[in-house]
Design a protein around this ligand. Structure first.
Ligand code: ADP
Length: 238
């Protein structure tokens, strides 16, 4: 699972770039967008115009993009309608996305979690045997405080921590205003997976529905490759 204490820190961006980076390492990867109230993977992957079909057993087929199988509540309901569900409905929706979708054979299912530490996080933690959690934060103190809360929640429900990623970490000067997530990782004795710079191309491509990692020869890819390798090593060992 890819989680964060706060929204807007780049959790979804990191999820789909990690997915593409993992699939380049020949892994069969799926993305489950569990951000029920604010799904975005269907837009970031450029598949929001597609409607999932059902297979002969009545299960929902994923939409495949760049070799990644994706399912998001955003593909199943109208984008303009606000989701005003209460806790039990969120639980039902998440269970359906997990169990009523034909995920086929996968090596890794990346779950893009909603921000925070609420019902949805607990539902996923209880319904699936999570191999590990990656926490995404920006370097700002406020985001780091919430990232710590998220981390501690996963520890409490005994989900192994893969590590922390610091996103939008540096701009031009790699030594300025960054490193807070590394300190949190040290303090909580969990691995630090890496930093991703603040980069205009990441945002532009994301908005265009083409995650930056789908492009070859991009300077940014190396940051995701490093994090991918550490994640795969973790999953292999556990
Ligand atoms: P979250 O899933 O945590 O809410 P998103 O992945 O939706 O966050 O990212 C929020 C916004 O920030 C998006 O417009 C995205 O394109 C942009 N963004 C994410 N990471 C970066 C980055 N490293 N550099 C520049 N823009 C980024």
């Amino acid at each position: 699972v890819i989680a964060s204490g706060k929204g807007g820190v780049g959790k979804s961006t990191i999820t789909n770039n990690l997915a593409i980076s993992m699939s380049k390492s020949n892994l069969k990867v799926g993305i489950l967008d569990a951000d029920i109230y604010g799904p975005s993977q269907h837009k970031m992957l450029g598949i929001s115009h597609l409607k999932p079909s059902k297979n002969k057993d009545g299960k929902i087929n994923t939409i495949v993009k760049s070799g990644i199988k994706c399912m998001s509540i955003g593909l199943l309901i109208d984008d303009d309608k606000p989701i005003i569900w209460r806790g039990p409905m969120v639980q039902t929706a998440l269970t359906q996305l997990l169990k009523d979708v034909d995920w086929g054979e996968l090596d890794v299912l990346l779950v893009d979690m909603p921000p925070g530490t609420g019902d949805a996080q607990l539902t996923i933690s209880q319904k699936v045997n999570i191999s590990g959690a990656i926490i995404v934060s920006t370097p700002q103190e406020i985001a780091l405080i919430d990232a710590k809360k998220g981390l501690n929640m996963f520890k409490k429900v005994e989900v192994p921590i893969i590590g922390i990623i610091e996103n939008m970490s540096f701009y031009l000067c790699p030594h300025c205003n960054s490193g807070g997530a590394q300190l949190v990782a040290n303090e909580l004795k969990v691995p630090f997976l890496g930093k991703i710079p603040l980069d205009i191309d990441i945002r532009i491509k994301s908005d265009e529905g083409k995650p930056i990692s789908t492009l070859s020869d991009i300077k940014i890819s190396k940051y995701f490759e490093e994090i991918t390798q550490k994640t795969i090593n973790f999953l292999d060992k556990n």
